[in-house]
Design a protein around this ligand. Structure first.
Ligand SMILES: CC(C)(COP(=O)(O)OP(=O)(O)OC[C@H]1O[C@@H](n2cnc3c(N)ncnc32)[C@H](O)[C@@H]1OP(=O)(O)O)[C@@H](O)C(=O)NCCC(=O)NCCS
Length: 309
């Protein structure tokens, strides 16, 4: 008899059973099925709003899905895994349907790691379409970081809440004309993120030429209550993120993106962090080139699928 359980918190016994199944799946597929973020929350807890869906048969965990409803703009997202010895029995489909039901009326995003064919086929069978593939890149913050070199006429300051929202939104749209998901952010999207506990204007750098905003680097700290530096909901080691870097098309090729990235990396290092990661669309070759030249290497490929409810 197969049972499906949904809960906010898992018992220690269930966590151990999920981790054992994840280890088997990693062995079978050659890639870990869950993101580091979900794994950390499984091990250490602290993800109060998340939903955990467990498929069990005779007290054995044969499937697991994690639903994260906390992104106020992009909507809920989920990851799932089926025990290697129980695949092709429509359990994956069962989990996806349960996730859709838990997620409510809006669209749901499914993340898959390693770009495996089974994930793409399951997503298609469940009525999801491939939206994009992201590279996750990382580098150490302990290795040497060059000095940011800004060209003449450029000044740098940090984001001022209540003053920079509209100009930033306009620049973001210009900078990401070819990457609609990022470029379509509205003022309301920015306002919502400003309410998030991790939002830290001191780590949000703006470059200006005279009065004109021409570039930015918005950094993010995972696993720490950004500004206060106190541990928040997370109980694992904090990591920095190059959240978004954007440069006005008129200023491209002048080294502004590189200088802004370095400035933000130095800031993250000054906050005591050892590692930094970023997501970049796999088609964004210009950005990947910049990050590679700054010492970032490819860490993982994450594919995002979405349904059209
Ligand atoms: C992807 C995964 C969850 C699929 O789980 P599953 O229980 O084997 O999938 P299901 O039996 O529910 O498959 C439903 C449909 O998806 C398609 N499908 C799933 N796996 C497939 C495979 N290996 N080859 C071809 N089609 C496949 C089929 O159309 C299938 O229906 P069918 O069996 O009637 O033909 C499982 O392989 C897994 O845990 N992979 C690692 C984690 C992962 O990639 N997660 C992301 C999921 S988006």
């Amino acid at each position: 008899m197969i049972g499906l359980h949904s809960s906010e918190r898992l018992t220690d016994e269930r966590v151990a059973a999920v981790l054992a199944m994840v280890a088997l799946a990693t062995e079978e597929d050659g890639v870990a099925p869950l993101s580091e973020h979900v794994m950390l929350h499984l091990r250490y807890g602290g993800d109060r709003q998340a939903r955990n869906l467990i498929l069990e048969q005779d007290d054995e965990v044969i499937g697991y899905a994690h639903l994260d409803p906390t992104d106020p703009v992009a909507g809920p997202s989920a990851e799932l895994v089926v025990h290697p010895a129980h695949r092709r029995q429509r359990l994956g489909l069962m989990l996806v349907r349960a996730l859709v039901a838990e997620a409510g009326t809006g669209p749901l995003r499914l993340w898959a790691h390693g770009d495996l064919p089974a994930a793409s086929r399951l997503a298609a069978a469940a009525g999801f379409v491939r939206v994009r593939a992201l590279w996750q890149m990382r580098r150490s913050l302990q290795a040497r970081l060059g000095k940011p070199q800004f060209s003449d006429g450029i000044t740098v300051r940090t984001f001022e809440v209540g003053r920079d929202e509209d100009t930033w939104t306009a620049l973001n749209a210009r900078a990401f004309v070819r990457h609609p998901e990022q470029g379509a952010w509205t003022r309301a999207d920015l306002d919502l993120r400003e309410q998030e506990p991790w939002f830290d204007p001191d780590g949000f750098f703006l470059a200006e030429r005279g009065p004109r905003l021409v570039g930015f680097h918005w950094t993010k700290i995972h696993g720490k209550d950004g500004k206060a530096g106190k541990e928040g909901d997370h109980e694992h080691q904090a990591m920095g993120e190059v959240y978004v870097v954007g440069v006005d098309p008129d200023e491209r090729g002048t080294g502004l993106g590189r200088a802004l990235t370095l400035l933000g990396l130095r800031y993250l290092r000054s906050r005591g962090l050892f590692q930094v990661m970023l997501y970049v669309d796999e088609t964004n070759t210009a950005a990947i080139g910049l990050y590679e030249s700054l010492g970032f290497t490819h860490w993982d490929t994450d594919v995002m699928f979405a349904n059209v409810p």
